[in-house]
Design a protein around this ligand. Structure first.
Ligand code: CP
Length: 314
């Protein structure tokens, strides 16, 4: 049995197979419509979510499976003091696979340790968000035709942003990537990440102004300043509108630069950018469903080709 806690849990070759599968699902959705019949996905979300939870549920429903779960710790027995370890033992009796989001770093890992079904980390505090990273990588690979050989700007909250931490960790395995970290000093990328890049000989720069690097970027990954990660409201209010990407700022960018964002957005991308063909953050959401479908099939060890040949024999 296999879990997904970190994007690095899959080798580069395994990720390639997962993305090939996701692209096949995108092309031939009907082929997969019954792949998970009789299977159940539990979504255990101790923290708010729109995309991750609903895209997991949409993914399982599109595979012909069923879904159950909770979207708020307050409506689960966590509010009565039940531990994550006990909850997952219970969920293992109800479902075949579980996606878990938790505000505490490492909580899905604790669950995986006690689980008898595959557990997927759907975001743990400021730590990792592996399925968002799979979504980001699939979007880049599908739209650019490659992973590697590009300059990527990551902009906004690079300190608390788990999507950013996961994406950097995943991208360092691909060749010829230059990172541009764009943040106010208070939200700069943690030292352990820049230390890791230095150790691996991967080039990066840290800048404060978005305008200075726009013409150099092949990809721009915007992020939200996350109110929920701040210890005081004053700091959040001071930093929340530090970056606002608008049409004027897009003007000097390359014609084929892509703008990604894990969403939700607040003010950091003006809605006037949404119609720019380089703005792909809503396409990214769609890729998130395909990659989660591929992930569910992979973790449940369901091979559609084998299923089809067995049906053919019956
Ligand atoms: N990108 C993302 O994780 O969005 P949600 O918080 O809505 O799941």
């Amino acid at each position: 049995m296999r879990h997904l806690m970190n994007p690095l849990d899959f080798t580069v070759e395994e990720l390639d197979s997962l993305f090939d599968l996701a692209n096949d699902i995108e092309k031939y959705p009907a082929k997969y419509a019954h792949a998970c019949e009789g299977k159940k996905l539990a979504t255990c979300f101790y923290e708010p979510s729109t995309r991750t939870r609903l895209s997991f549920e949409s993914a399982m429903l599109s595979l012909g499976g069923q879904v159950l779960g909770f979207s708020d710790a307050g409506s689960s027995s966590a509010s009565k003091g039940e531990s994550v370890s006990d909850t997952i033992r219970v969920i293992s009796c109800f479902a075949d696979i579980c996606a878990m989001r938790h505000p505490k770093e490492g909580a899905p890992m604790v669950a995986a340790d006690k689980s008898s079904i595959p557990v997927i980390n759907a975001g743990d505090g400021g730590h990792q968000h592996p399925t968002q990273t799979l979504t980001d990588l699939l979007t880049i690979r599908s739209m650019k035709g490659r992973l590697g050989h590009f300059t990527i700007g990551l902009c906004g909250d690079l300190k608390f942003g788990r999507t950013v931490h996961s994406l950097i960790n995943a991208l360092v395995r691909y060749p010829d990537i230059h990172f541009v970290f764009i943040s106010p000093p208070e939200l700069k990328v943690p030292d352990y990440i820049t230390d890791m890049l230095t150790e691996k000989g991967i080039s990066y720069e840290e800048v404060i102004r978005l305008e200075t690097c726009m013409p150099d970027l092949d990809l721009l990954y915007m992020t939200r300043v996350q109110r929920e990660r701040f210890f005081n409201e004053e700091d959040y209010v001071r930093l929340k509108d530090f970056y606002i990407l608008n049409k004027a700022k897009m003007a000097p960018a390359k014609k084929d630069m892509l703008v990604l964002h894990p969403l939700p957005r607040v003010n950091e991308i003006s809605v006037e950018v949404d119609d720019d063909p380089r703005a792909v953050y809503f396409k990214q959401v769609q890729y998130g469903v395909y990659v989660r479908m591929a992930l569910i099939l992979t973790l449940l060890d369901i091979d559609i080709e084998t299923m089809e040949s067995q049906h053919g024999k019956e």
